[in-house]
Design a protein around this ligand. Structure first.
Ligand SMILES: Cc1cc2nc3c(=O)[nH]c(=O)nc-3n(C[C@H](O)[C@H](O)[C@H](O)COP(=O)(O)OP(=O)(O)OC[C@H]3O[C@@H](n4cnc5c(N)ncnc54)[C@H](O)[C@@H]3O)c2cc1C
Length: 398
């Protein structure tokens, strides 16, 4: 392999691809990042960063900047829509387990901008307008074909990381199954600058709210509250996103005389899926390309960033001469926690807040209440919900 091709090709400039590129660059591993779009995408998607992800991101010295433009969330809640708080989880109980015993609420596109700036400072090879369509490999190298405005181009590398999101072209090109299911309802989000905390004075910045008819999530980002509710999958999309429909959703949260100012709106199907394998020869899947889950628990991007750091450490060893069977360990570690922890917990959160059977509903809310009231049980619960337990579990996997 020529020196020029002794590099890692990263596909996708979402939070996971950018993290992988920077972590590799800082470890001295040559890499090129290919992104389909002409510039970074600024979608309002992930916004919750969990403690162990912040611990990892400390390597880039970005966390103080994220806190400066974001919010520290020291607590989060399960609530009942009728009766109010059920369980408030105080992350300061994790002070001995992390350098960041809180969540940071900061939109993922803001982190992406920081990472892009760091990559440019490092002189990294970032190529926008490169939509990858095909990946081939042999014993020596991986070759990626990308569409550009000037036509198709081919790039060769020693390995490739597919961080090209849920519809990953790389995953499809490899023919990898993405097993799981799609929720029957759609998820509808309306963001507003209305200060819900002035009326619902006991809410936290992150609230999962149970209701047999319309569960919801109330999530604060620096300038807005995001309200997430389920919506019928067969309803007319334009109707669901209309002012009238969204005003009704928001008025059901807090009734007020004036209409709400709606800053953003989105509607999307939600899946729980994990790729059959995360390693395919010289290609590894990371982030949403490898696993997707519902947003109740804020684990998708966090898990993807954790994948990226895990891979950077493995590639550092491989480029220093270690056997690349280390990538099988990446598969075992990260796929196991995606299945056992992330899929399981996010689905459980959805079940708890959407439960309709009064007895099951009461029993699971009572259980949460008891857990939050007992310091030891609360700490153990938060180790899992903050993804610290899954990081520790992955580290134990040989
Ligand atoms: C409403 C919502 C709220 C969420 N909240 C949270 C949260 O609070 N916490 C959390 O952890 N997660 C959250 N998530 C999930 C989170 O947004 C995703 O897990 C995260 O974006 C995954 O990052 P990624 O880099 O793997 O993929 P993406 O962010 O999807 O990035 C993939 C990139 O690859 C590019 N690409 C795609 N195809 C190609 C191709 N063929 N060639 C080149 N480039 C390509 C895309 O354009 C994109 O830029 C939320 C998601 C949604 C929708």
């Amino acid at each position: 392999m020529s020196n020029q091709n002794n590099r890692i090709i990263i596909v996708g400039a979402g939070p996971v691809g950018l993290t992988a590129a920077l972590a590799l660059g800082r470890r001295g591993i040559p890499n090129v990042l290919l992104a389909a779009e002409p510039e970074l995408v600024m979608e309002l998607r992930g916004s919750t960063f969990h403690p162990p992800t912040l611990d990892l991101l400390d390597e880039f010295e970005v966390v103080p900047r994220m806190i400066e433009i974001g919010l520290k969330a020291p607590t989060w809640q399960f609530r009942d829509r009728e009766s109010g708080p059920v369980a408030t989880f105080d992350l300061s109980l994790l002070a001995a387990d992390t350098n960041h015993p809180y969540r940071v609420q900061c939109e993922q596109w803001k982190l992406m901008r920081f990472l892009e700036a760091e990559l440019r400072e490092l002189g990294s090879d970032l190529r926008f307008g490169h939509e990858v369509t095909d990946v081939r490999q042999d014993d020596e190298a991986v070759t990626v074909t990308a569409q550009t405005v000037s036509g198709p181009v081919q790039l060769a590398g020693r390995y490739a990381i597919a961080a090209d999101g849920a519809r990953s072209a790389v995953r499809r090109s490899l023919g990898v199954e993405f097993d799981g299911f799609t929720y029957p309802e759609l998820f509808l989000i309306a963001s507003t600058d209305f200060r819900f905390e002035h009326t619902l004075t006991d809410i936290a910045y992150v609230n999962y709210i149970a209701d047999p008819l319309e569960w919801l999530v109330l999530l604060r980002v620096p300038d807005l509250w995001r309200v997430l509710v389920p919506a019928p999958e067969n309803a007319d999309r334009n109707k669901l996103l209309s002012d009238e429909y969204l005003q009704n959703v928001l008025q059901r949260v807090v009734m007020r005389a004036q209409p709400y100012h709606i800053a953003h709106r989105s509607l999307y199907p939600v899946h729980q899926r994990v790729a059959q394998h995360f390693r395919h020869g010289r290609v590894v899947l990371a982030g949403d390309a490898a696993h997707i889950n519902n947003p109740l628990g804020g684990m998708g991007m966090n898990g993807g960033i954790q994948d990226a750091f895990n891979l950077a450490d493995k590639f550092q060893e491989i480029f220093a001469g270690a056997d690349d069977r280390l990538l099988d360990r990446y598969d075992r570690q990260r796929r196991t926690v995606a299945v056992e922890a992330v899929q399981q917990q996010t689905h459980r959160n959805q079940q708890i807040i959407s439960e309709r059977d009064p007895q099951v509903r009461k029993s699971s809310l009572d259980q949460l209440r008891r857990t939050a009231e007992d310091k030891q049980a609360a700490r153990e619960y938060m180790l899992r919900s903050s993804m610290i337990a899954s990081m520790r579990r992955a580290a134990e996997i040989a």
